[in-house]
Write a protein that binds this ligand. Sequence first.
Ligand SMILES: [Ca+2]
Ligand SMILES: [Ca+2]
Length: 436
Amino acid sequence: MADLPTTPRRHQAAALAAATAVIAALAASPSAAQLQTRVVASGLSAPVAVAQPLPGGALYVAELGGTIRAVAQGSTSTFLSIPVTTGGEQGLLGLAFDPGYADPSSPGYRRFFVNYIDPVNRDTVVASYRASSDLTADPSSRVEVIRFDQPNGRGNHKAGWIGFKPGDPHHLYIASGDGGSANDPDNFAQNRGVLLGKMLRIDINRDDFADPAVNYAIPADNPFVGEAGVRGEIFAYGLRNPFRNGFDSATGNLWIADVGQSSREEVNFLAAASPGGQNFGWRVREGDIATPGVGGALQPGMVDPVLVYNRSFGFSITGGHVVHSARLPGLDGQYLFADYGSGRVWSRVADGSFQSMSSVTEWTSVLNAGGAGALGGIVGFGEGAAGELYIVEIGGRVVQVVPEPASVAMMLAGAGLLLALRRRQASPSRAGSPRP
Ligand SMILES: [Ca+2]
Ligand SMILES: [Ca+2]
């Protein structure tokens, strides 16, 4: 840098062009070497979901045992603790912050939603609470929204993800599993008269029910409203255990990752513009095949997944979301997902077309080489308010995927060089040479 003041202008121009090219390449390159990982919380008890509603604000981590932790400025405290049933796949399973969380004029101001298994009767319950500060929620603010029965003696397939479609603050989406056991023995997922094995959509800002314990409305534009014997809350059906799903924050497309039984894991796509009503096939279909023992051919109206993998890749899919972060080259714009069993992580194009596993991008070795060490037991992904990418491990950590520091240093150095050159060009007196 010391020789810059005497650099002839054409050399300055060449250096400027070179610096610009370096910065452009760094910004656009999909090179995996530019990703790093860091632990943002550890020592948690079976975390399953993470949310960050405010830019730069606290992270909220839902633990299976019923506690939500607030992680802020390096310390972890208890935000809320609720009684739940645990065991098997039961517990506190879903957490979603109201889109109006930061807006004092919104009915959703300071409100968030949880999905859990009732401590007494083991129903699935969705309830709302309000935060009294960034680090504390008010237990007395509880409002029960909806509950539905889970079959007795079955401790798995509770799904539990909840979320809001971007741009729509009134409708909460709720993923329910088939209620458990093998082969969906009561055929709940195909039965539109029950809420199991479904993607539900309810209005949380209106109330159709005089019952003080039931506080939601059925949206008039849900696909099965008015159909006899069919629950109006249903938006899509034929799901087995859609444990982790994700709305694309830019497009509103919904990515549903349905955990398979013994042969296939699958990802289903629900386009933002779709009016709903899809039948994703379970228990007739497991992924793209007839469910061994109980299945059959794809029936009219059934929708095949947009991605499927077999047991050579893993045995329990953990769905993620479409990453939107220019700081994460390669991942930006891709739908990210993992397998809980094998610990492998992949991304695919986010356009909803079918894509085979031979054309996805695998991130496992890159992520495992990061500062957080090898990842494992991945049960969820989280998208921060500024596009941050979080990974939740059931073993107790939340890990953030960040730009690799050397890449950041190079980008900063490149930007610094560019700035210096531009300043020199703009300030001929300081450069010691007259303007032409
Ligand atoms: Ca009510
Ligand atoms: Ca399916």
